[in-house]
Write a protein that binds this ligand. Structure first.
Ligand SMILES: NC(=O)c1ccc[n+]([C@@H]2O[C@H](COP(=O)([O-])OP(=O)(O)OC[C@H]3O[C@@H](n4cnc5c(N)ncnc54)[C@H](O)[C@@H]3O)[C@@H](O)[C@H]2O)c1
Ligand SMILES: [Zn+2]
Length: 384
């Protein structure tokens, strides 16, 4: 993507007691100091920039330079890359760094990285000194369109993902799409699965845009002058979708569950695969399952299933599991364990058409098994 500054269009996210802006553009990192200054006096003094070992060499310097030129004191704390950092021991290291670098209530924590960094740094910001201002700079496509807004932060426990957490609203989110130029294709595809989900929740016009994006990616690749404007548009549309849903339900009491389209299947597939299937790929499979379930119940047209199957194929996201012999029962069992642990109903998001999703709590096991079986790469007649 071009690193030339583009016009910045802020997106306001309101929550009970406040609001924050999401700025989307290319080249924001270099302008971070003045952008933070423009937020007002909430951050008076010092920053701890939390990042990971992959992102630090790529993007920490311009951020530090820009903050320092704007008169802030800023230092960096680097986490190991990956989900393994979303644990209490790493969080404890972040707290230690906060103490050692002398953070006080006029200081702020800045998350520069993917969803892992955002979740850990955000939880540290929610809890250190009972809460410090927090700024998000998401650098993965998934973090840009999903995890950086909505205020959910937290860490994992050995017993499961995201079991310790808080709601911590950021002061601002700066989405610098230039960071996508270094992101591996697999991570871009993972973000694209969430973009496809957001488009399905938003409506046909957004879905058509994502189809155009997928076509451009197929022809010109992710990082090209042809694809960049389509990607920027898709990022904004997905952010708008998430913004509208989280504003309507800031503490996840009801309609925010719509953002889990495909995710009941996806989480079970991730657990079943022992996390060999990454989240974005599991979401792609989960979206297909949710659509097939909707179709089986006579809710949506079969053409929508075919259309999304083609879209995911174009984005090189999986539409089947890699190996034959899928045990649909095992995946269902993973779903049921999760349900038991959370004490919630087995909940699915079904779709009548793009833009018309709803929450369904009464889906039978046989229906779930039937759609899971369709993920098996072996034709059903071959199965014993
Ligand atoms: N809080 C929420 O609302 C929310 C929502 C969705 C997901 N999540 C969480 O987000 C996490 C997943 O986030 P993720 O997919 O961003 O994973 P991640 O943070 O692990 O990043 C993926 C990989 O990309 C690297 N990376 C990041 N930016 C890069 C860049 N610009 N160039 C090159 N490499 C880069 C990272 O170092 C890492 O290796 C999960 O823990 C999930 O639970 C949270
Ligand atoms: Zn997701």
């Amino acid at each position: 993507m071009s690193s030339q500054p583009e016009a910045i269009e802020p997106l306001a996210v309101e929550y009970p007691g406040g609001s924050y802006s999401v700025l989307v553009g290319s080249g924001l990192l270099e302008r971070l100091g003045p952008l933070v200054r423009a937020l007002g006096t909430a951050i008076a003094d010092r920053f701890l920039l939390v990042t990971d070992e992959n992102v630090e060499p790529l993007y920490a310097d311009p951020v530090l330079r820009s903050l320092q030129s704007a008169g802030y004191r800023a230092s960096v704390f680097v986490l190991p890359a990956g989900e393994g950092s979303k644990q209490l021991s790493q969080l404890s290291d972040v707290y230690q760094a906060c103490v050692q670098r002398g953070l006080d209530r006029r200081s702020a924590i800045l998350a520069l990285g993917g969803g892992v960094v955002g979740d850990v740094a955000g939880f540290a910001a929610a809890t250190f000194l009972r809460g410090l201002p927090f700024v998000q700079i998401p650098t993965t496509l998934l973090a840009m369109v999903d995890s950086s807004i909505g205020g959910k932060v937290g860490v994992d426990l050995p017993q499961g993902k995201n079991l310790v957490g808080a709601f911590k609203q950021p002061l601002a989110v700066f989405v610098d799409t230039a960071c996508l130029s270094s992101l591996p294709a697999r991570q871009l595809r993972a973000g694209a699965a969430e973009i496809a989900k957001a488009a399905l929740l938003s409506g046909d016009a957004c879905l058509v845009d994502v189809e155009r994006l997928a076509h451009s990616v197929e022809t010109h690749g992710w990082i090209s002058t042809e694809t960049s404007p389509l990607l920027l548009r898709a990022v904004r549309a997905a952010l708008l979708c998430k913004r509208d849903i989280v504003v309507a339900d800031p503490f996840e009491q009801g309609p925010r569950a719509l953002l889990n389209l495909g995710h009941t299947f996806a989480h079970a597939i991730e657990v079943w695969s022992r996390y060999e299937i990454p989240h974005g790929e599991a979401v792609a499979l989960g979206i297909l399952c949710a659509l097939r379930l909707s179709h089986a119940r006579g809710l949506c047209e079969p053409a929508l299933v075919t259309r999304i199957h083609a879209l995911l194929n174009r984005l090189r996201l999986p539409v089947k599991l890699a190996r034959a012999g899928l045990c649909a029962h095992e995946i269902l069992a993973c779903m049921q364990t999760d349900k038991k642990r959370k004490g919630t109903a087995l909940r699915f998001i079904l779709l009548r058409q793009p833009g018309a999703a709803f929450i369904e709590d009464s889906v039978g096991e046989a229906e779930v098994l039937a759609v899971l079986r369709e993920l098996d790469p072996k034709p059903s007649s071959d199965r014993s």
